[in-house]
Design a protein around this ligand. Structure first.
Ligand code: LMR
Length: 316
């Protein structure tokens, strides 16, 4: 935190792995603009998008070492670094819609999850949605029989790996920034993404078919290095936290629209065929992945899952 202090300017380095024209990319830029406006140049936010500074393999370590100050990894990436309960967000068909996810992320359970991050000297600052994921490959993926023998790129989440196995595919963990190239080279056959990520990575150029399976959720947690966070003055911390809260609310507000816009662009582009599963196909998908829920319940305190189900079922 000494850097920049001499000149009286505090610099916040914020790294993420997606394109700028995505819900997360735009929320990061909104955060940057709000902080700079309100701190009148006293605090500067540097945003490093598209894994330009750090990617999936090294960003968490970079954060813990203080080489970067803030990240917004997907919730799926917290299991690998010691927080397997975050993988409950990956469970297929747990959430009927994003509103239900927010029962967790904007409520007491979400706060409890963020608080756990302090065990690894991280400060959990808030959640943000992307949306629901869809399956892609060079063939339609509408029911389990379609997945047999395919190598599917996954994030480093055991729940997502188990989901792919339950469908008959072989999961291959790859960094997000390597995925398009791996698809192009045939190292993997397919993957899953919200449409904004699929489109902004140019995956439509290397996947002939996108199936609107909407089988699971993708969202993020913003985390800061604890020493950096505590090193700020109380006033700065409040300013930064408020700006971030607004930026995340903005991200949540545009996420649906970004995904809808990407679908329109994809249809106009016409290079990828777009399919929708039938009710029967959806039932078969759902049935095939049921065991994944029980698998997670064995790896984490099952109370997390009970609380998550209660929050999801709660009508507010
Ligand atoms: C992925 O690796 O597929 C996602 O976590 C990328 C992202 O940050 O949206």
């Amino acid at each position: 935190a000494l850097r920049g202090r001499a000149a009286g300017v505090l610099t916040i380095r914020f790294s993420h792995v997606v394109a700028e024209d995505t819900p997360k990319g735009l929320a990061a830029l909104r955060f940057q603009a709000l902080v700079q406006q309100r701190a009148s140049g006293r605090i500067q936010v540097l945003v490093y998008p598209a894994a330009r500074l750090y990617g999936d393999h090294d960003e968490m370590q970079a954060l813990q070492l203080g080489a970067v100050d803030m990240l917004a990894p997907s919730l799926s990436k917290f299991g690998r670094v010691g927080f397997p309960e975050f993988e409950l967000f990956d469970l297929p068909y747990l959430f009927p819609d994003v509103t239900r996810v927010r029962h967790i992320t904007q409520g007491a359970l979400g706060q409890r999850m963020l608080a756990r991050l302090s065990r690894h000297r991280l400060v959990g600052l808030g959640f943000m949605d992307n949306g629901f994921k869809h399956m892609s490959a060079n063939r339609p993926l509408l029911e389990p029989a379609d997945f047999v023998g395919l190598r599917m790129r996954v994030q480093a989440s055991r729940v997502i790996a188990a989901q792919m196995r339950a469908l008959g595919a072989r999961p291959v963990t790859l960094a997000f920034s390597e995925t398009r190239r791996a698809l192009a080279a045939g190292v993997v056959d397919g993957t899953e993404n919200p449409i904004s990520n699929f489109w902004t990575q140019g995956m439509h150029e290397v996947q002939t078919d996108l199936s609107l399976t909407q089988h699971a959720y993708l969202g993020y947690a913003v985390v800061a290095n604890q020493r950096f966070w505590q090193g700020m003055s109380q006033g700065d911390r409040e300013l930064v936290a408020a700006a971030l809260g607004e930026a995340l609310a903005f991200g949540n507000q545009i996420a649906d629209n970004q995904n809808d816009k990407a679908l329109v662009a994809l249809r106009q582009d016409g290079s990828t065929r777009i399919h929708a599963p039938s009710e029967d196909q959806m039932t078969r998908m759902r049935h095939a992945v049921e065991s994944v829920h029980a698998g997670l319940a064995q790896r984490i305190d099952p109370q997390w899952l009970r609380d998550a189900r209660t929050a999801v079922a709660n009508d507010r």
